[in-house]
Ligand binder design. Sequence first.
Ligand code: CO8
Length: 256
Amino acid sequence: MTETLLERPEEGVALVRLNRPEARNALSPAVREQLAAHFTALAQDETVRCVVLTGGPSVFAAGADIKAMAEAGPSEMARRAGERSWQPIKDFPKPLIAAVNGWALGGGCELAMHADIIVAGEGAKFGQPEIRVGIMPGAGGTQRLPRAVGKFKAMKILLTGEPLSAAEADAMGLVTEVVPDAEVEARALALARAIAAQPALAVRKIKEAVLAGADQSLEAGLLIERQAFQLLFDTADQKEGMRAFIEKRKPAFEGR
Ligand code: CO8
């Protein structure tokens, strides 16, 4: 798997690196299969608490591999069932931080939008240019982008294909924070380290409640939250966290 690298930079943290710079990290079917395999394994690995996904210092990902689909017909695209390779990322149960330098276009922008936190470099550029190659987003761009930035910002991005600067993306809520380009990976890893040190079940339930609740009515979302909240009172980390507060000491969470 040389087009995607899996690293373990620190305890509790895994880093998935897209490594196809000669094609601007275009998401070929092989790259997407490798990503799916990494995320399937990382979901099950109990030593991993938080994951950072990056494309390296110059480009996050220039989208789906245009050369791999230029001549495909609809039945071939259906047979490829691209959604299967996105599934393990969509359903990834642990926090996922995208560390974005350079271009995050088309499927690359959609990949970043699968993350829970997006750290962008000042020179990062986001966009959904599919319209310019005669198609439309196919990995959630027409759904996740308007949910992130609202209909009127999303429509312009989707219908013109014009890229956004990191500052514009930040202003419309498409990224979590913008940092100098050289600091993106370090900042993402620092956030990952902080999250990995939190009580694991509470972390998991927060992600689950936010994502599941986003597609529900307020009442249904509040029910999801309430049930998860109550369940956490069955964890050793809840007892430890509250006792530590009362005893004025730092908690020692065990992830149980
Ligand atoms: N697919 C295939 N090859 C690519 C892609 C791509 N998306 N992007 C870049 N490359 C290749 C180029 O063809 C070139 O190859 P070669 O050296 O063999 O000529 C090499 O990477 C370098 O590219 P450039 O010379 O263009 O590099 P620049 O640094 O000048 O420009 C850009 C970088 C701005 C990123 C430019 O390459 C670009 O505009 N790329 C295409 C962006 C785009 O249109 N993306 C949308 C693709 S469609 C899509 O994502 C649909 C998503 C559907 C989701 C479901 C399936 C995943």
